[in-house]
Design a protein around this ligand. Structure first.
Ligand SMILES: Nc1ncnc2c1ncn2[C@@H]1O[C@H](COP(=O)(O)OP(=O)(O)OP(=O)(O)O)[C@@H](O)[C@H]1O
Length: 235
């Protein structure tokens, strides 16, 4: 479904992606992991056309995405930091996004699920971080798309909202969707991920199941298995 071939991206002298190759098949939950600054968001933004690679190919459903935009109709994206217009109310923003995207939307169910009814007429600039993140989640999941990209979706969520988010992700997977998720919360990876994609030094350092990672690192604890991957590389 998605293929990155020999992808390079530098910001000035800083090389972030250094000949990265990765293919992701359709269906399932893929956790994109790596230390801070390893290039997870950059990789996602290359796929979205928000960062232009210096070199390499990116294909979505066997077609190059470079200089294209139509493919974006088939994906939903939750950004790591949502810069909402502070003077709009929650419902104004939801309606604005609905108008921009002429697709069927199911926001009512999500508003109820995350208990946002009482916030609909509040200005986005006055919301708490966690409530803003719930709005971010509603905007991401209200449309039906084959690919869902979630950049740190759990930030600021309380335990109940976190449970609802995890259920939502599982439901999308059950409906055959492909979900890419970046997170530093290993319990989320443990519960959700079918495959781990681990970025280090601008390349994919490991790709496989949690079981395979535990076996390779000879460590039964996911957090320690990941730490083991990093320390072996720098040993
Ligand atoms: N527009 C930009 N201009 C300059 N440097 C950038 C830009 N975007 C990202 N970087 C740098 O590229 C590197 C990779 O950043 P990126 O946000 O992709 O990392 P990440 O793996 O998502 O990190 P984190 O886990 O902290 O979210 C960092 O050193 C970052 O400072």
């Amino acid at each position: 479904m998605i293929e990155f071939k020999n992808l390079h991206k530098s910001f000035g002298k800083l090389t972030v992606l250094d000949g990265l190759d990765l293919s992701i098949k359709k269906g399932g939950i893929f956790a994109i992991l790596g230390p801070n600054g390893s290039g997870k968001t950059t990789l996602i933004k290359c796929l979205l056309g928000m960062v232009i690679p210096n070199k390499g190919e990116i294909n979505f459903n066997n077609e190059s995405v470079l200089k294209k935009w139509e493919y974006r109709n088939n994906l939903n994206y939750l950004p790591q930091i949502a810069n909402f217009p502070p003077n709009l109310t929650v419902i104004e923003l939801i309606n604005m996004v609905k108008n921009l995207r002429p697709k069927e939307s199911k926001e009512s169910k999500l508003i109820e699920l995350f208990g946002l009814e009482d916030f609909l007429n509040k200005k986005l600039g006055n919301l708490s971080g966690g409530t803003k993140q719930k709005v971010n989640i509603v905007l991401t999941f209200m449309f039906d798309s084959e690919l869902i990209i979630l950049d740190e979706p759990t930030t600021g969520l309380d335990p109940i909202a976190l449970i609802h988010l995890k259920e939502l992700i599982q439901q999308e997977k059950a409906n055959g969707k492909t979900i890419l998720i970046t997170t530093h919360i290993m319990s989320v990876v443990d519960e959700l991920a079918d495959e781990i994609v681990f970025l280090l030094d601008g390349k994919i350092y490991f790709k496989g199941s949690i079981e395979a990672l535990k076996k390779q690192t000879n460590n039964n604890n996911l957090e320690h298995a990941i730490a083991n991957l990093i320390s072996k590389q720098y040993a």
